[in-house]
Design a protein around this ligand. Structure first.
Ligand SMILES: [Fe+2]
Ligand SMILES: [Fe+2]
Length: 194
């Protein structure tokens, strides 16, 4: 359902477990970027049916997630600092076609893949943290559901503007690129790292 070509490496949670503070800071940046990305799509594709309204809802939700993570950082006394992002986003960006009609499709599907991977990682976090950090685990469970919904929303928008076969074919091409981008990020403690 999430269209991911490969599940997260089973060792990921153990690799990041001792860097939870960094993961939370990274997560905070990620929500901010998700909001910004949705807003950019509204600017770029204003005239496309449904886009402004549907994506303004995504912007609102991602900003709410951003504020929720900020609150968690504050409660834990973690400073919200700049953090070199995982190379994941840059590697994904390189896969996107620059010219229409493909550019819009790629932007939608890639946004969908990022949501899907976040959803998968939030599930792993909610399971891994269930015993030691039940509140945080519950928060990640909630976000997992929201990001699954965003994944569907982006792929459904793509299906409105492109034929099913075009969407399917491009999903098939981009899915391995998404996994390669994760691997390119290496084993740094990030939400989107290997
Ligand atoms: Fe979010
Ligand atoms: Fe999202």
């Amino acid at each position: 359902m999430l269209h991911l070509a490969q599940d997260t490496d089973p060792g990921w949670f153990e690799r990041i477990r001792d860097s939870l503070d960094t993961i939370l800071v990274d997560h905070c940046h990620l929500e901010k970027r998700a909001a910004s990305n949705a807003l950019n799509l509204i600017f770029r594709y204003t005239g496309c049916e449904g886009i402004p309204r549907e994506l303004s809802e995504v912007v609102r939700e991602e900003m709410e997630h951003f504020t929720q993570v900020l609150d968690i950082l504050d409660a834990r006394g973690i400073e919200f600092t700049r953090l070199p992002p995982s190379p994941y986003a840059t590697a994904l960006q390189a896969e996107l076609r620059k010219n229409e009609p493909g550019a819009f499709l790629d932007k939608l599907l890639m946004a969908g893949f990022i949501e899907a991977r976040s959803c998968e990682r939030f599930k792993i976090l909610s399971q891994g943290l269930a015993e030691d950090e039940p509140e945080l685990a519950a928060f990640y469970r909630e976000l997992m559901i929201a990001e699954a919904r965003h994944h569907l929303l982006y792929t459904n928008i793509a299906r409105r503007f492109y034929s099913d076969s075009v969407v399917k074919a491009r999903l098939k091409e981009l899915a391995p690129a998404e996994v390669a981008a994760l691997k390119a990020a290496g084993e740094v403690p990030r939400l989107h790292s290997w």
